[in-house]
Design a protein around this ligand. Structure first.
Ligand code: SF4
Length: 898
């Protein structure tokens, strides 16, 4: 791959870990200087890191653009005013103390994040459960993989991922269930792709034909929610085909017979499965045959399985099939949960979920409460689990929670029914938010804002999806007065009177305590065990190389795979088969007017865009919230691609985005991205459409379900307004989306009423325009304002959004230069004679646009490799190759003789 390298002879790159997805790639980053621009040095993939071996995706490769401190929180704030740390911490401590005294410890709650480091998580859990005495500690990981956690615990007796990334390569049959790895775990996708070989097969199970399906020998576009049916049917098929490993099941498992009887009782013959899942029976049979005949099978699953009202059952339906065939924790043979966040696993390790206590011990683990209380030296441990995320914010809404401390996450955007969540936060007497970012939908509702160190500024560890602990290392000075989260929490602990319990001098000391706790009363009963790291010196912690837990005296180098010997973490050492219900969503009411909702992530963005939107390159791929619909549905509704539509829910909540015709969608279903917040758009929050229904075991919200109506916004005009970043919003529109650029902001706007542009232009541009061009018959209006020779603002209006020009060249003129005569002449046509209009960016690594790709294909570049040779697109992270293939196919179809 083309490496994006650090070229800093004067600075030695530091090894650290990517802060985005659960793949947990190792990076090399150059230490920063006092000059913030000095931090804008590209990072490169770390060849020595086992997760990525030097590979990176486009998000990781653009991290350097997100580390500038512009937009970061610099100082503590109380009720909007800057205060000293001393005053802020007094306010925090006072509020907690008062709530505990007046309403009891359960009136204090913490909402944490998979973005936190393990050391931060450990101190938060110890402070909350151990010394404040509240069980209400939950995390945004609840929205990501808590169903997998519950499934692991039910089947294995512990939340353990038995396999590792290498298994994805070793497998002869790779099943990807509810997992668009090409976009959401791109480096794993690269590894899977590179492992292609004759005889290896890939099955993708997903209602949508995503970019990942490009890898598939078989794509099962099942009806949403029918995964349990598919895997229950597989269990029955395995039994009938004699493919069950009877010796393994007898020796190492319990509950097989009941589970099989339960599956059979529901008539899971391939014909029934095909009908329920809405796929051809031949495809069902092919999948079952492949699974039955391939000992080296890995089933990787993620949010498509987890984010469901039956997410835990779906996970167990998958694990049942692996247990039945004895394929758990063996090379190339295992179920493998892929987590979304960089440290979801670390949060699980310390007990940062409301239903766990600490270090993989639950409240009902025999002896755990007493042992943890003694270890921490406290008598304040809660008796029972606390509220999981959705219930927690319900409790806030009811007024039960008096102090809510949110760390490193944006629940005002990401939790279901976001409007109600915002209402809950505004009702809460004291909301404390620790974050590195200054303005988010959540910080806007904070009473106390605490500046936390961001990526590149903080030091600690994270654990990726394959249990691999890696160091995140600081390589730039902290922003303003920002402090590490663990330091802030420890200081609050000390101010509450617990000096000894929170006296760590460094993250290394926190880690050692965490490692010691993991070994507590652990006589081989729990796999999570870091006793081999409990005595690390500060220097050894600093140098810590990636290592997969457990790490013990017997396994000092860590453990790639677990349970391979058939011994599990249950009291009797046997794994459990779990009979699961088949839950098919009711499809009868789906129609073009009322469609099934699906939500998910996109290739170049992360969470609520608080960091990725700082890298202009990353917003080019999908600049606006969008709605993917099948072309047949669009025809049925009389909606054209590129129109703005509003999705509505019966009980309130709406989402406005631009329609994309997507043949990979099933008819009757729509897909919307989860990333946009009110910082970037008006009504483009996917969470507004999600009802707070949760899985009964995991508490994970059913984020990929619901019925929505689709109506055209019927916009009369569409516009692009380019203004300096500091310019105030002078415009009014029925639709808006902010697209940040390097030197300016571009607003995508639309309105339902006609505008008198000559009257509004002065307000929108902050003064009278210098150049105006209008064609009222065509419905176009263009104007530009120049101040002191420099471009100050541009407005471009058209009746149809597709008639608006590309604005990349205009955006580049806001860099403070004095405009040349030629540039002035090009302003209203929005292009310089020298600048090529490349269209929407497809390859973010090399900035290659769709028009360039179409031209190259037209000139004979008919393969992905030929395009890469000509334009470099697809030759770095490879995430865009499915789109390149689609462009080649589109050209082939359009040029085929009719
Ligand atoms: S695959 Fe994930 S961890 Fe790796 S560089 Fe991309 S976002 Fe970061």
């Amino acid at each position: 791959m083309a490496a994006i390298t650090v070229n800093t002879p004067d600075l030695i790159p530091l090894r650290t870990t990517c802060p985005y997805c659960g793949v947990g790639c190792g990076l090399l980053a150059a230490p920063g200087k006092a000059d913030p621009m000095a931090d804008q040095r590209p990072v490169s993939g770390d060849l020595a890191h086992p997760a990525n071996r030097g590979r990176l995706c486009v998000k990781g490769a653009n991290l350097h653009e997100t580390t500038n401190s512009e937009g970061n929180l610099h100082h503590p704030r109380v009720l909007g005013s800057r205060v000293s740390w001393d005053r802020a911490l007094d306010e925090v401590t006072g509020a907690i103390r008062q709530a505990m005294f007046q309403h009891g410890p359960g009136s204090v709650a913490f909402y944490l994040s998979g973005q936190l480091l393990t050391e931060d998580y450990y101190v938060a859990n110890k402070l909350a459960k151990g010394f404040i005495g509240t069980p209400h500690v939950d995390t945004n990981s609840r929205l990501c993989m808590s169903s997998a956690v519950a499934a692991h615990k039910r089947a294995f007796g512990e939340d353990v991922v038995p396999g590792c990334y290498e298994d994805l390569e070793l497998a002869d049959l790779l099943v990807l269930a509810g997992s668009n790895t090409a976009w959401n775990h791109p480096v794993l996708y690269q590894r899977m792709k590179a492992a292609g070989r004759p005889g290896r097969r890939v099955v993708v199970i997903d209602p949508r034909r995503t970019a990942t399906a490009e890898l598939a020998d078989l794509h099962l576009a099942i009806r949403p929610g029918t995964d349990t049916t598919l895997f229950n049917g597989l269990l029955v098929w395995l039994a009938d085909a004699g493919a069950v490993d009877g010796a393994y099941v007898d020796a190492h498992c319990s509950g097989f017979d009941e589970t099989l009887v339960s599956a059979r009782a529901r008539a899971f013959a391939p014909e029934n499965v095909a009908e329920a899942c809405d796929i051809p029976v031949a495809d069902v049979v092919r999948f079952y045959q492949w699974f039955a005949e391939t000992p080296r099978t890995v089933t990787a699953f993620s949010q498509g399985i987890n984010q469901s009202v039956a997410g835990t059952d779906k996970g167990n339906a998958i694990i049942n099939c692996h247990l039945a065939t004895g394929r758990v924790g063996k090379p190339g043979a295992s179920p493998l949960s892929l987590t979304g966040q960089p440290n979801a696993m670390g949060g699980r390790e310390v007990g940062g979920l409301a239903n766990t206590l600490a270090a993989h011990m639950d409240y009902d683990t025999p002896g755990a409460r007493e042992a943890v209380a003694q270890f921490w030296g406290t008598d304040r441990l809660p008796q029972a689990p606390g509220y999981k995320a959705v219930d927690l914010f319900d409790a806030v809404h009811r007024g039960e929670i008096k102090v809510l401390w949110i760390m490193g996450t944006n629940p005002a955007v990401s939790l279901p029914q976001s409007r109600r969540v915002r209402e809950a936060m505004s009702r809460c007497p004291v909301v404390i938010v620790s974050d590195c970012v200054s303005h988010t939908d959540t910080t806007a509702l904070a009473d106390i804002l605490l500046p936390a160190r961001g990526w590149g500024e903080k030091d600690g560890t994270v654990t990726n999806s394959e249990r691999c602990i890696s160091r995140q290392r600081a390589f730039r000075p902290p922003t303003g007065e920002a402090r590490a989260d663990w330091q802030i929490l420890a200081e609050v602990g000390r101010r509450l009177g617990y000096e000894k319990a929170f006296a760590w001098p460094s993250p290394a000391a926190v880690f050692r305590e965490h490692a010691r706790l993991s070994a507590l009363d652990n006589h081989g009963t729990r796999q999570f065990n870091l006793s081999g790291l409990a005595d690390l010196t500060d220097e050894a912690y600093d140098q810590l190389a990636p290592v997969q837990w457990p790490v013990t005296a017997a396994q000092p180098g860590g453990s790639k795979r677990l349970f391979g010997d058939g011994r599990f973490s249950t009291p009797d050492g046997r794994a459990r088969f779990i009979p699961v219900r088949a839950t098919a969503l009711d499809q009868t009411d789906v129609s073009p007017e009322k469609m099934r909702l699906n939500t998910g992530r996109i290739r170049d963005q992360w969470h609520t865009m608080t960091r990725t939107a700082r890298a202009p390159r990353l917003v080019q791929h999908r600049p606006e919230p969008f709605v993917d619909m099948h072309p047949g549905d669009l025809r049925g509704l009389g909606i054209k691609e590129g129109e703005l539509v509003t999705l509505g829910k019966e009980r309130g909540g709406q989402f406005t985005g631009r329609v994309r015709a997507e043949p990979g969608q099933r008819q009757g279903e729509v897909f919307v991205p989860i990333h946009w917040s009110h910082q970037f758009t008006g009504e483009g929050l996917a969470s507004a459409l999600i009802t707070p229904v949760t899985d009964p075991f995991s508490g994970q919200p059913d984020s990929k379900n619901g019925l929505v109506t689709v109506t055209s916004l019927s916009a009369r005009w569409h516009a692009r307004l380019l203004r300096h970043r500091e310019a105030s919003r002078g415009w009014q529109a029925d639709y808006h989306t902010l697209v940040p650029q390097h030197h300016c902001n571009t607003w995508y706007l639309a309105g339902k009423q006609p505008e008198d542009w000559h009257r509004t232009i002065t307000r929108w541009l902050g003064g009278a325009p210098d150049l105006v061009l209008e064609d009222s018959a065509a419905g176009t209006f263009r104007a530009a304002r120049i101040r002191h020779g420099q471009l100050d603002g541009v407005l471009l209006v058209a009746r149809d959004a597709s008639h608006l020009p590309d604005t990349a060249w205009l955006a580049s003129l806001f860099d403070g230069r004095e405009l040349s005569r030629k540039e002035r002449r090009g302003l209203l046509s929005a292009r310089s004679v020298e600048t090529e209009d490349i269209g929407a960016v497809v390859c973010s690594c090399f900035g290659v646009g769709e028009k360039q790709i179409a031209a190259a294909i037209g000139a004979g570049a008919g393969t992905v490799e030929a395009l890469g040779e000509k334009l470099r697109c697809g030759t770095n992270c490879g995430s865009c190759t499915p789109e390149l293939k689609a462009a080649i196919e589109k050209h082939r179809l359009s040029s085929a003789p009719v």
